[in-house]
Ligand binder design. Structure first.
Ligand code: NDP
Length: 327
């Protein structure tokens, strides 16, 4: 774990940020506020204009890479391989530092950088908005850092300098040594199991509640719309997974600890293993790549099916009554 590093290694270098979205804007602003020399590479559209309004010099992607010695690839993972091949790769110079915020494309072989560059990972465990707002409060945030290729012999120091430059090592932050593979696998597993699992658990619970005659709106309020789920997540974040249970009544503590293991049985655990196997074997990445090649037809069908479920209809009615934002 690293709580500090030295900015000197990149302070004289020109840093190109490719993509001015969630992470791109936040990281570019933080690096500049830390006194570093930042330019932006983007397609000419509203993100380009936003970067200009923020006072940056903006270039077509290839030109930005050519004009820099350090490049942070901050575009969505699904478009990065093509952009890398067409606009980045040919403009990298010997000794260039190529930095990713996600391990996905390098870990699964969709981006194969040339041998003459440092390839490092600086992956914030924080959304872009948090990267900027914590920085403005003088606070840091966790990042995973890693080295895929150490051309200069100082790749890890480069990753640490970038981590410091984007503000992650301010008080409260830390850089944890990881790898492109570990970051990609944990990120996918976390979102598929905790995110995907939770969405489907909530929906299955809704279906069972309806079967037992519970008013669908009451079910949705109980399951997530009251905001109790937010408080639960915050309490886990603040006090830890089990210590937060002390905030609940004894009845709730007993119910959670006796019924929870019945739901997450050994059968479910075996399914978790198969989800993990699909990720580590690259099967999931291949499936997703195929999906994109077929214009995301199956993905769109899944979306349509999910949006046609009863829970969505009832939720819309409820949110209208509660005057929440609905599409
Ligand atoms: P965004 O979706 O916010 O990125 C948008 C940027 O990518 C815009 O500048 C957009 O430009 C550009 N872009 C989109 N499509 C293309 C294209 N085909 N060609 C060129 N540029 C394109 O991405 P994020 O900031 O969310 O993610 C960036 C990286 O950070 C990813 O690797 C992600 O995994 C990682 N990351 C993201 C986190 C998050 O909280 N979002 C957290 C940690 C890591 P335009 O629209 O002008 O084309």
């Amino acid at each position: 774990m690293h709580f500090d590093s030295n900015l000197n290694l990149i302070s004289e270098k020109s840093i190109s940020i490719i993509g001015y979205g969630n992470q791109g804007r936040a990281q570019a602003l933080n690096l500049r506020d830390n006194g570093l020399n930042v330019i932006i590479g983007n397609i000419r559209d509203e993100y380009w204009e936003r970067a200009e309004r923020d006072g940056f010099k903006v270039y077509p992607i290839g030109d930005a890479v050519k004009l820099s010695e350090v490049t942070l690839m901050l575009i969505p993972d699904e478009v990065a391989p093509q952009v890398f091949k067409e606009e980045v790769e040919g403009n990298l110079r010997h000794g260039h530092v190529l930095c990713f915020a996600s391990g996905y494309n390098v870990a699964f072989g969709y981006i194969k950088p040339p041998t003459y560059v440092d390839v490092v990972l600086v992956a914030p465990r924080m959304i872009g908005e948090g990267v900027r707002s914590l920085f403005l409060e003088g606070k840091g945030f966790p990042v995973l850092i890693g080295v895929h290729q150490d051309y200069s012999g100082r790749a890890l120091d480069h990753a640490l300098a970038i981590a410091k430059g984007i503000g992650s090592l301010n008080p409260g932050g830390v850089a944890i040594e990881s790898s492109f593979w570990e970051e990609a696998v944990t990120d996918l597993f976390g979102e598929q199991v905790v995110g995907g699992g939770m969405l489907h658990l909530i929906r299955a619970a809704f279906e069972v509640m309806i079967e037992f005659g519970i008013n669908p709106m009451v079910a949705i309020l109980e399951l997530y719309a009251s905001g109790e789920l937010i408080e639960l997540a915050k309490a886990i974040y603040k006090y830890g997974l089990w210590d937060q249970l002390n905030l609940h009544s004894s009845t709730s503590q007993y119910g959670q600890q006796t019924r929870g293991p019945k739901i997450i049985s050994e059968v479910v655990k075996a399914t978790l293993r198969s989800v993990m196997e699909d990720i580590v074997s690259g099967k999931f990445a291949e499936e997703w790549m195929l999906e994109q090649r077929t214009a995301k037809k199956n993905f769109e069908k899944i979306w349509r099916e999910n949006l046609s479920h009863e829970i969505v209809k009832v939720e819309k009615e409820l949110y209208k009554l509660l005057r929440r934002l609905i599409q």
